[in-house]
Design a protein around this ligand. Structure first.
Ligand SMILES: [Zn+2]
Ligand SMILES: [Zn+2]
Length: 384
């Protein structure tokens, strides 16, 4: 399908000025706006065509390229051609970018402001950074200020990010006239390749900055103070807006995301806001009842009453002795699970007492009695 001439699409004469093009574009876009053309099935396609044409012609670099090469200037992925203004944002059917320029004021948020991204401008937002931070459970409980060292690339101080030494400005590459690509005729074919002079940047730095070797950015470690709030969990993400990598050519800085990992604790296991702790108790305490002292996450102690006759697996709850919730909303509990310890390394005297105890306890061990009567029934059943 042959592409129509961009000037023709806009209804403007060849070589029209920026002002004339803008006027022509406004007229066409209003005429073809989808809101007014629900009965015209071609309107949307035409509207896109108009936007594509204007997206090119409003841009001085792209217009120059189009005037010179026609549509061929944008074939074969112009995307990376630095000199020709970043990606060829609104080119293929995505008509939001040129649209938002001129028509935001007229039609409000019709397009949901879709085209706001980096596509049409040379400025480029810096990357987001991720920083993994390990904290202890105690730190997660109380919250903690941390200083982290973030390696990041920042605009070079010496050249203010231009990459050129001593205040000189980068100049348009003479080989490719800023296009970043050169074309050569080889037999029947026109071959396009990255400009060898500027390596596709479209600009050359005659006198590269000594600090950054012409890159315009340098690696730096920055110390950042962060308050880790109480209640963080493994997987919690903390966003520090504007603390990521520097943008390119004056673009906004990216964000820094701190990913929290809470280390395992030797005593407490965590389940959301609740803590879980297994408490060993002696066989005598389990039988007779008593009190045990358990640690709490704030570094303190709590005394817990163990009822007489407690079995392994018995659970008890200490209210509000767990973790704080990250976004307000109270404090979790601590769940204790008792584990009765069988005594080991017995002395002769202890053995003697236990044997005596065993003889006396045959009659008052209801669990055991009921278990063994079931077993007897089971064996009797097998015989018959
Ligand atoms: Zn520099
Ligand atoms: Zn070049």
């Amino acid at each position: 399908m042959a592409k129509r001439d961009y000037y023709e699409v806009l209804g403007a004469k060849k070589g029209a000025s920026a002002e004339e093009l803008k006027k022509a574009y406004r007229t066409k876009a209003k005429e073809l706006h989808p809101d007014r053309n629900s009965d015209n099935p071609n309107a949307e396609a035409q509207f896109k065509e108009v936007n594509e044409a204007y997206d090119v012609l409003k841009d001085a670099d792209k217009k120059a390229a189009y005037d010179r090469y026609g549509h061929a200037a944008f074939e074969g992925g112009m995307g990376g051609g630095g000199g020709a203004r970043g990606g060829f944002g609104g080119g293929q059917g995505d008509f939001s970018s040129a649209f938002s320029d001129v028509f935001e004021d007229l039609f409000g948020d019709f397009m949901g402001r879709g085209g706001g991204g980096g596509g049409r401008s040379r400025a480029q937002r810096g990357s987001d950074l991720r920083y993994n931070l390990r904290v202890t459970l105690e730190e997660a409980f109380a919250g903690v200020p941390k200083t982290i060292n973030v390696p990041t690339s920042v605009a070079c101080d010496a050249c203010r990010g231009t990459g050129a030494e001593g205040g000189s400005e980068p100049t348009t590459c003479p080989t490719c006239s800023g296009m970043g690509k050169v074309r050569a005729q080889q037999g029947f074919f026109t071959v396009e390749r990255t400009c060898p002079t500027c390596n596709g940047a479209g600009q050359i730095v005659k006198n590269p900055c000594k600090s950054c070797h012409g890159h315009g950015r340098t690696e730096k470690e920055r110390a950042l103070s962060v308050n880790i709030p109480a209640g963080v969990e493994t997987g919690t993400r903390i966003r520090l807006a504007g603390e990521g990598e520097a943008g390119l050519r004056g673009g906004p800085t990216g964000d820094l995301y701190i990913f929290i990992e809470v280390k395992e604790h030797p005593i407490f296991q965590r389940d959301g806001a609740h803590l879980f702790c297994r408490v060993p108790i002696s066989f005598a305490t389990a039988a007779l009842g008593g009190e045990v002292e358990v640690p709490t996450i704030d570094g303190g102690k709590a005394r817990v009453k163990v009822p007489a006759g407690s079995q392994t697996g018995k659970q008890m709850r200490l209210r509000a002795k767990g973790m704080p919730a990250l976004r307000g909303g109270g404090v979790g509990d601590m769940l204790l699970e008792l584990a009765v310890e069988t005594p080991v390394n017995l002395t002769a005297r202890q053995k003697e007492l236990l044997r005596e105890f065993e003889e006396l306890s045959e009659d008052n061990n209801p669990e055991g009695r009921s278990f063994f009567s079931k077993v007897k029934g089971f064996w009797d059943g097998m015989k018959s």
